[in-house]
Design a protein around this ligand. Structure first.
Ligand code: AMP
Length: 508
């Protein structure tokens, strides 16, 4: 049997001297070097005793070597386990204890702080790798053979475990198989028209499904190239866009680039594709980007557990605020969140998906896994959405963000959309806050445009005419910005905790 995912990617590699990636300071890693480097790293891992099925946990800065390490894990048959660079030693301790990796690779500067956690979890080897690609693992790889016989893997064998961000309870390890990743990469190459002439501007983190699988696997399977930025930086993106054909982004990239004085149609005229995902792209941002650049952003929807589920069309209308159609091979349905029964087209319900993209389950959590799948094999995404007459899917929010006030359901997105449309408003987040009379009080946190003076009373008055009374925020508060994580997701948990006593105070 073949090594599956790596072999599937390998089959699409172009000639050896073609650039696989170029960094902003001009370093080029060719496809030949990718093969050699990942071969050496795979040999080094094997030298450390890593066997197929062993986990390799990695908390390192983004670098070309970190990408090669991911590919080396695939080749060695190891289960790649990337960890957010922001995690603290205590959090790392939890992940290492839960996943039981054979090897943990971290930044040399953090090794001292992380050694106890690794020892406690009985990790056999701690190795290091820094942002420049230096470290103990690189030293071992340099001495190891570039020739490596890829481990034999079945489609259902694990390729990676990605821990979910865990906003409710502890993080869970999503087990992704070789075929989950391979099938999604094949679909995206085809659906988004990627080919060997593509140069993808890559400014996303590579510990998350978006930058790691959506971007890297898709480009590798197309035999294309990357402009590989260590992180998002608007000036660097503007400088490099003329050399790119496509960019995959989170919504904040677009809002920041829109503020850049050098963004104009000439700069991006040659571009083939701009995509957005991981968090909702405001319809207004979609329109502004279109007006400013002449490009319609292609918004898509996915998650760690399922890879990509839906996408606006490559050819055809890309609708602001919609996440598009279910991808080929993905079955998507919208059901009553309480009963699981199908609901009428256009109604809001829970999104469920099935297909080769959907993960195998949560690592060492068989009961949690069973709870999250229906009897007929659909995964309950936890996202609320609706499908319009033409089949476009719209995300209304996370199920757990639903506000229940006086027994009525309020979908935050509906209220946010109304507030965001008001002059002087940049964006808003609507949350439920404990309320003595209503259970939860609808509460809005609003970011105003610079110099705007719109206040609580004016917003209330404007909403009054547009929303049923029970949906109206009981309080409207103002903030300079909304708390977001690295993927641009608004951290509603954080807002709920900041304002948890809001109505207590008012009532006493
Ligand atoms: P993650 O597992 O970190 O990728 O987060 C997945 C979640 O992000 C999904 O379940 C959605 O709630 C959200 N998400 C991803 N893409 C979109 C999108 N285009 N619009 C709205 N929400 C999205």
């Amino acid at each position: 049997m073949s090594a599956h995912l790596y072999d599937a990617l390998r089959a699409c590699f172009p000639q050896r001297d073609k650039p696989f990636l170029t960094t902003p300071d001009g370093r080029v890693v060719s496809y030949g070097e990718l093969e050699e480097g990942s071969g050496r790293l795979a040999s080094a891992l094997r030298g450390l005793g890593v066997e197929p099925g062993d986990r390799v946990a990695v908390q390192v800065e983004k670098s070309p070597e970190a990408v090669l390490l991911y590919l080396a894990c695939l080749r060695a048959g190891a289960v790649f386990l990337p960890l957010n660079t922001a995690y603290t030693p205590a959090e790392i301790g939890y992940f290492l204890g839960d996943a039981g990796p054979k090897v943990f690779v971290c930044d040399p500067a953090r090794r001292g702080k992380l050694t106890d956690a690794a020892n406690e979890a009985s990790v056999a080897h701690i190795e290091t790798l820094d942002a420049q690609g230096r470290g103990s693992l690189t030293d071992k790889a340099r001495r190891a053979s570039a020739k490596f016989t890829n481990a034999s893997r079945e489609p259902d064998d694990l390729a990676a475990i990605l821990y979910t961000s865990g906003t409710t309870g502890r993080s869970k390890g999503a087990m992704l198989t070789q075929e989950n990743l391979a099938s999604n990469a094949r679909t995206l190459v085809d659906y988004w028209g990627f080919g060997p002439n593509d140069v993808l501007l890559h400014a996303l983190p590579i510990y998350h499904t978006h930058g790691l699988f959506v971007a890297l696997n898709t480009l590798l399977m197309a035999g294309g190239s990357l402009l590989f930025l260590p992180r998002f930086d608007a000036d660097t993106v503007i400088r490099l866009l003329p050399k790119a054909t496509s960019m995959m982004a989170v919504p904040t990239f677009y809002t920041r680039l829109l503020q850049h004085p050098e963004l104009d149609p000439a700069l991006v005229k040659h571009m083939r594709l701009f995509t957005s995902g991981s968090a909702p792209l405001l319809a207004e941002t979609h329109r502004e980007w279109g007006a400013k650049t002449g490009h319609s952003v292609l918004e898509r929807y996915g998650m760690t557990e399922t890879n990509m589920n839906t996408s606006n069309p490559y050819e055809g209308e890309r609708i602001p605020g919609a996440v598009g159609f279910p991808l080929p091979e993905v079955s998507l349905r919208i059901v009553d969140p309480e009963t699981g029964a199908p609901i009428a087209r256009g109604e809001v319900g829970m999104i469920e998906v099935a297909g080769p993209n959907v993960f195998k389950g949560y690592w060492r959590m068989p009961e949690k896994t069973a709870e999250e799948f229906t009897k007929d094999g659909y995964f309950k995404t936890g996202d609320l959405g609706r499908m319009d007459e033409k089949g476009y899917v719209y995300i209304v929010g996370r199920g757990k963000d639903l506000v229940i006030t006086g027994g009525f359901n309020v979908y935050p997105k509906e209220v946010e959309t109304e507030i965001d449309a008001l002059p002087g408003v940049v964006e808003s987040a609507v949350i439920g806050v404990p309320h003595p009379d209503f259970g939860e009080g609808v509460t809005a946190v609003v970011v105003r445009k610079q110099g705007a003076t719109i206040d609580e009373r004016e917003i209330s008055r404007a909403l009054d005419a547009r929303l049923a009374k029970f949906k109206l925020p009981k309080r409207i508060l103002f903030a300079d910005n909304l708390p977001r994580n690295a993927m641009g997701k608004v951290q509603k948990n954080e807002l709920r905790s900041t304002y948890q006593d809001l109505y207590k105070k008012a009532a006493s």
